[in-house]
Design a protein around this ligand. Structure first.
Ligand code: FAD
Ligand code: NAG
Ligand code: NAG
Ligand code: NAG
Ligand code: NAG
Ligand code: NAG
Length: 506
């Protein structure tokens, strides 16, 4: 009796100890046992989806006693943002998420958010003069038409994309087991071997031609999809191309209330210190054999700085974009080559000029999404009839002849004349000029993730492929990398043959 009573309160602790011991045996490391003190303070620069998710993951791994400061110079959410039209909000940046984007799915569950209902609509590809491809009501008929026009290309494309996605999905398993990668190339290699690494070097067109997709299919369909997703040509690398094409297969969703809610809610959940300031420099200091990073910033009240054990940069650094300078680093931190692609998002509330698209009767215009081919006659990349971020169960799309909200993506700001071609008339236009994603032809090198011992660059991943989920995959990787390195758990970094290892670990 006595023994039983005494043991009762200890039992749970015993279980925890056992779990730790088993965990350590499994990794073969003495991480926690080494007695390393946890980091005291961590800084994250940027509160987009990359920055806010890395803050969450860092806290998950290091524990809640670590102080997390997140610097944001503008709006929480970054490239996830909305504009307001008639008291309703609409996505103006990153809009849709794939159903297999498991990190984002987890966040939505964790934060108690909801998927936004998909409101059905049809797409078509416009050449500036006519539609080269139209989606019909009937799925089988669609398949038939694609088959008729393009033979095996359609199937070959699907098989190629599926194979890439299947390999990409391995990352979730690796990350769940705590494995991290010190370079983007290492991460890609562990997922798909040399083929995946090469896919960042060769174009999507080249890869598709190789698997037997025809040039005609590339010109009509692949070009249009890449213009809509990256505003670029089929010369974008095959890996980024595959991610875009996966999105074009459907199964897309968004977050009820706006995708940016994931960022703000993650920051609230972690109780991170969000500091509204522009980071101007990071300088290295050492004392007693330990490195510290001093983060210099400017806010409304002037200049300030703070010291950190670990710093994660969760914004673009190439081309001096974020104006962050690095001081006292020897060797110095190199400049990052490459430029970003500008995409203009115009949110227009108005009446579509269906005659421009060859429909004299506006009531008969059947499409809610218009993609374009690469032709001198077209002055925009894509346009979508969009729904507000809060869609009630009674929401219906407007009749095509009614005023609606359209999001037009273009390379340059639309001139009044151009707006007058697309719209018979309009009530409002709101323009956002995005430094949207890498201009993939401007640099073929993937930037490093580790800039210095405990200084990390999350957005290097964008140069493999830029998307919401890739930013979260990068965030999870950086958090694991920072944790494994802090506790010298080198077995969990850059491991080869992980597919096999994880099978035997289970
Ligand atoms: C028009 C458009 C459409 C897109 N569509 C899709 C889509 O449909 N699906 C998809 O998956 N992806 C899409 N994307 C890409 C996706 O939005 C981005 O890949 C993703 O949001 C990037 O998140 P991030 O956190 O890495 O960067 P960001 O969101 O850019 O966050 C960086 C943050 O750092 C801040 N910052 C910068 N410098 C400093 C400084 N010196 N000090 C302090 N703060 C600083 C910035 O203000 C910003 O908030 C789209 C992007 C655009 C622009
Ligand atoms: C990757 O590229 C290299 C160099 O271009 C080449 O030698 C190798 O065969 C390629 N590997 C695969 C799997 O395509
Ligand atoms: C929109 O949706 C979000 C998330 O579900 C909710 O918090 C918000 O109150 C909604 N706003 C409106 C105007 O319905
Ligand atoms: C960087 O600094 C230059 C010169 O001070 C300025 O013109 C530019 O707008 C800044 N860029 C950003 C992204 O803040
Ligand atoms: C980058 O921006 C910083 C801050 O604006 C500036 O001091 C530095 O000279 C810039 N570097 C280059 C190569 O333009
Ligand atoms: C609509 O498109 C037609 C055909 O391209 C064009 O002639 C007309 O000027 C456009 N604008 C309006 C307001 O009708």
């Amino acid at each position: 009796m006595m023994a039983g009573l005494q043991q009762l309160p200890c039992a749970p602790r015993f279980l925890v100890c056992l779990a730790l011991a088993v965990g350590m045996m499994r990794t073969g490391s003495s991480a926690a046992a080494a007695g390393d003190a946890p980091p005291g303070k961590i800084a994250v620069i940027g509160a987009g989806i990359g920055g806010s998710s890395v803050a969450y993951f860092l806290q998950q791994h290091f524990g809640s006693q670590v102080q997390l400061d997140v610097y944001e110079k503008d709006m929480v959410g970054g490239r996830l943002a909305t504009v307001t039209v008639n008291k309703q909000q609409y996505e103006s940046g990153g809009a849709s998420i794939h159903s297999l984007n498991l990190h984002m799915q987890d966040f939505v569950k964790l934060l108690g958010l909801k998927h936004r209902r998909e409101v059905a609509g049809k797409s078509a590809v416009f050449s500036g003069e006519h539609f080269v491809l139209e989606e019909t009501d009937w799925y089988l008929l669609n398949l038939f038409r694609l088959w008729w026009h393009y033979g095996m290309s359609f199937l070959r494309l699907q098989m190629w994309v599926e194979e890439v996605m299947e390999k990409f999905m391995r990352i979730y398993k690796y990350q769940a087991h705590g494995y991290a990668f010190s370079r983007v190339e290492e991460l890609l290699h562990s997922l798909g071997g040399d083929t995946f690494v090469n896919m960042t070097q060769r174009s999507v067109a080249e890869s598709l031609l190789e698997v037997g997709v025809t040039q005609r299919f590339i010109d009509d369909v692949i070009v249009a999809i890449l213009r809509a997703s990256y505003g670029q040509s089929v010369l974008v690398p095959a890996f980024a191309g595959a991610m875009s094409l996966a999105g074009a297969q459907g199964n897309m969703w968004a977050v009820e209330g706006g995708n940016k809610l994931v960022c703000s809610d993650l920051l609230k959940l972690t109780k991170a210190n969000v500091i509204q300031a522009t980071v101007t420099a990071i300088s290295l200091h050492s004392s007693e054999g330990k490195n510290f990073y001093q983060v210099h910033y400017e806010d409304e009240e002037g200049q300030g700085s703070s010291f950190y054990d670990i710093v994660v940069i969760a914004t673009q650094l190439h081309d001096n974009k974020s104006n962050i300078t690095f001081q006292n680093f020897d060797p110095p931190i190199a400049e990052f080559p490459g430029t970003f692609h500008t995409t203009i998002a115009s949110i227009v509330h108005g009446y579509l000029n269906s005659s421009y698209f060859g429909f004299t009767d506006p009531k008969l215009f059947p499409f809610t999404s218009v993609l374009t081919t690469d032709s001198p006659a077209v002055f925009f990349n894509s346009m979508d009839n969009i729904c507000p971020v809060n869609v009630s169960s009674t929401f219906r799309r407007k009749q095509p002849q009614d005023a609606a909200v359209w999001r037009v993506h273009s390379q340059h700001p639309l001139e009044k004349q151009e707006l007058k071609i697309l719209f018979r008339s309009y009530y409002s236009v709101q323009v956002t000029e995005w430094q949207a994603y890498p201009s993939y032809e401007s640099s073929k090198t993937l930037p490093p993730i580790i800039l210095h011992d405990n200084l990390y660059y999350l957005n290097s991943m964008e140069w493999a492929a830029s998307s919401v989920e890739m930013a979260v995959v990068a965030a999870k990787n950086v958090a694991l990398l920072a944790y494994n390195l802090w506790y010298h758990d080198l077995d969990k970094i850059d491991q080869k043959d992980l597919i096999h290892k994880i099978k035997t670990e289970l």
